[in-house]
Design a protein around this ligand. Structure first.
Ligand SMILES: Nc1ncnc2c1ncn2[C@@H]1O[C@H](COP(=O)(O)OP(=O)(O)OP(=O)(O)O)[C@@H](O)[C@H]1O
Length: 308
């Protein structure tokens, strides 16, 4: 029974010993089915034309034809020691010798592509707060600093929160095609500089873009499925309004406008890939969920590949 399991696994793993699908059948990963415990001299087929025999002493014979009877030179005998006596390195070398090739140390799959994460949601939902924390806890993640023509709010830093530019300068950037996306929001321009994304992607960083719903729709048209789109919501309208009031940055008119927009913006939820509920007092939970989304995207077989 043990030998039969080994027979099956050897022929599979010889074709591609390190494919994830054959991991459980990799003879190195399952020492309990080690051939030294077999009692008879049996023949195993390896791939197309390699044949292997295992004796009761754990000796492995490798042939270059399908049949052991056809080879006048007889088998090339390579002893496979037991791991208890020769250690892992000894068994490793013996396995290499018996297969007639060295095991590759190259990564089995290439590094995942840099990912573009587009985060959007109604005003005041917590996009900035969540992204700020995400960039603190996660390495190799670059939050693209948006260019804006709006005035700086108290505490905001130029080049960190936004690139604050004049309306004239912003128009020049549009004309030179330097922006991936831009929009006029509440009378002010906001846009994403392309070069910044290219530079950080070239360094292998994932990219976080923060846009309003309108911007997300434009980016979806440009990037399609090459980026992942996340919609951030509050747990209720009530929580959202309280959060906006608490920020103390809005006039009453602006508050009313933002609340009305938030209702309309919710209709666009279905255009996103993921939704994250940013619950009151649970910023960390939202950040964790975002990290899980990024991790899952990185583990995808069919990777997204954004070209800017
Ligand atoms: N989970 C949370 N619990 C409590 N307060 C939060 C939470 N997330 C964010 N906030 C607070 O809510 C307010 C609004 O958050 P933030 O400014 O990040 O929203 P925003 O979506 O970036 O808004 P805008 O689009 O208008 O810039 C801030 O005062 C922030 O500290």
């Amino acid at each position: 029974m043990l030998l039969r399991r080994f027979c099956f696994s050897t022929s599979k793993s010889y074709m591609n010993p390190f494919l994830p699908s054959s991991r459980s059948t990799n003879p190195l990963a399952n020492s309990r089915s080690y051939p030294i415990f077999s009692s008879n001299f049996k023949t195993l087929r390896l791939g197309f034309h390699r044949t292997k025999s295992i004796s009761s002493q754990g000796f492995v014979s490798v042939y270059s034809t399908n049949s052991t009877m056809d080879d006048p030179r007889g088998p090339e005998v390579v002893p496979i020691p037991h791991p208890d006596t020769s250690g892992r390195a000894g068994v490793f070398r013996a396995l290499e010798a018996s297969l007639g090739c060295t095991f590759s140390s190259q990564p089995i799959v290439p590094n995942p592509n840099p990912l573009i994460v587009v985060i959007s949601g109604p005003s005041g939902v917590g996009k900035d707060a969540v992204i700020k924390r995400l960039t603190e806890v996660r390495e190799n993640l670059h939050f693209v600093v948006t260019a804006t023509s709006r005035a700086k709010r108290p505490g905001e830093v130029d080049g960190k929160d936004y690139f604050f530019v004049s309306k004239e300068e912003f128009v020049r950037m549009i004309e030179k095609n330097e922006l991936l996306e831009y929009a006029l929001v509440y009378g002010d321009y906001k846009g994403i500089p392309k070069q910044q994304i290219r530079d950080y992607m070239a360094k292998g960083c994932d990219i976080v873009l923060r846009v309003d719903i309108q911007g997300a729709a434009t980016l979806r048209r440009i990037l399609r499925n090459s980026a992942v789109f996340v919609f951030l919501v509050a747990e209720s309208e009530e929580a959202l309004v309280k959060r906006l009031i608490g920020r103390k940055t809005e006039t009453v008119e602006a508050l009313l406008m933002r609340v009305a927009s938030a209702r309309e913006e919710l209709r666009h939820l279905k255009e996103f890939d993921y939704v994250v509920v940013n619950k009151e007092g649970d910023l960390e939970g939202s950040v964790k969920l975002l990290e899980s989304i990024i991790d899952a995207e990185k583990a995808k077989v069919q990777q997204r590949r954004a070209i800017i």
